[in-house]
Ligand binder design. Structure first.
Ligand SMILES: NC(=O)c1ccc[n+]([C@@H]2O[C@H](COP(=O)([O-])OP(=O)(O)OC[C@H]3O[C@@H](n4cnc5c(N)ncnc54)[C@H](OP(=O)(O)O)[C@@H]3O)[C@@H](O)[C@H]2O)c1
Length: 328
């Protein structure tokens, strides 16, 4: 039986084309763990690759998609056995390694995380790279001694994948969460996730002074650019800013003042090459600290065939929360 996959194929030296293809098992990479892909997701990075707005794909042909929740079919790696329920994200999937948007895929055993008990495949992808990165950001705040009694936490890009899960996680952990959004029509949604206050995007999307009135005990930033610079200038003495994204731009123009006069810490968060230990720890925390009843409120389920059109919507800011893709 053929394997339906969404593939980027080179067109000339500098361009590529994205289309559904029917592959044979021999077309998959020569790696030891064959999995059935149950669900995947759409992350910002997937949308960048599919709409060709970002240089994500590094070799062709490339099966796209960075997130897999699947079941092992067979394995030549002793650590994994038929029937194991697994998660994979990052590790170069859809960049240098064949990715998630395929009914079956062959994987390197080192990339695989066991899906925690109590989280089903659909929930795992409702969390996905975005949600697991949100947890890494929360852990960055915790590791730098930001506690709920320190004051308000700002979450930027709040209606997006990283932002919405970060709002949920922080609220459940007892933090007071302020959600920065360009789409105030979704204020009710953000409040239902646990945001205490909604901040219009314009308030921070401007040139910042070197130091502004101290407000944030911590920041989870998914957007970068001027918003990140303003958030740093408003971070309270000793506060921590966890930066993981660039949805608003990759530039960062700041001054040293918040760092040398307020001891503000700027922590970079990377999910892609995080070690197995870091991943296991983050997923274990998600299993205990996420409100799984509320998670469903974040989810829009997308048919496999609709992935390209939904990626175009995401790049135009028309989606919210987490986009789950049913593959099999
Ligand atoms: N470091 C890592 O390992 C890692 C992992 C996952 C994701 N990321 C990055 O994190 C970012 C968010 O990913 P995601 O999956 O959450 O994407 P997403 O679902 O598209 O959410 C991004 C959100 O950012 C806001 N936004 C969009 N355009 C903006 C602009 N021009 N200026 C300011 N805000 C803007 C929007 O929220 P509002 O409408 O509410 O303002 C949007 O919903 C991306 O840059 C992604 O690459 C990094």
């Amino acid at each position: 039986m053929g394997i339906k996959a969404l593939v980027a194929s080179a067109v000339g030296e500098r361009d590529y084309d994205v289309s559904f293809k029917e592959l044979a098992e021999d077309d998959l990479p020569d790696l030891p763990v064959l999995v059935e892909v149950d669900y995947s997701t759409i992350n910002y990075k997937d949308a960048l690759a599919i709409t060709k707005k970002g240089r994500i794909v590094r070799r062709f042909p490339m099966i796209l998609g960075v997130d897999i929740a699947g079941t092992v079919i067979n394995s030549n790696d002793d650590r994994w056995n038929a029937g194991d329920k697994i998660i994979v994200n990052g590790h170069g999937l859809s960049e240098t390694e064949q990715g998630a948007y395929a009914e079956r895929q062959r994987l390197n055993g080192d990339w695989i995380t066991k899906r925690p008990d109590g989280i089903d495949a659909r929930q795992a992808m409702a969390i996905g790279t975005a949600g697991y990165t949100a947890m890494l950001c929360v852990q960055a705040l915790e590791n730098n001694s930001v506690t709920p009694d320190n004051g308000e936490i700002l979450v930027t890009g709040a209606t997006g994948g990283v932002g919405s899960v970060a709002v949920m996680l922080l609220a459940k952990l007892g933090y007071t969460v302020c959600a920065l959004t360009g789409r105030e029509e979704h204020s009710g949604f953000l409040k239902s996730l646990g945001a205490s206050a909604i901040i219009p995007r314009d308030e921070l999307d401007r040139d910042a002074k070197p130091l502004e009135k101290e407000r944030w005990a911590g920041v989870v930033d998914a957007v970068g650019g001027k918003i990140l610079a303003t958030a740093i200038a408003q971070t309270k003495y000793g506060g921590t800013v966890a930066a993981c994204g660039l949805a608003g731009g990759f530039a960062l123009s700041s001054t040293v003042m918040p760092f040398i006069l307020r001891g503000v810490k700027l922590i970079g968060v990377d999910s892609v090459m995080a070690s197995g230990e870091v991943r296991d720890d983050a997923w274990a925390r998600i299993a205990t600290d996420l409100d799984f009843d509320k998670l469903e409120d974040l989810v829009t389920e997308i048919a496999f065939d609709d992935v390209p059109a939904t990626c175009a919507d995401l790049m135009e800011g028309k989606t919210k929360g987490r986009l789950v893709v049913k593959i099999n």
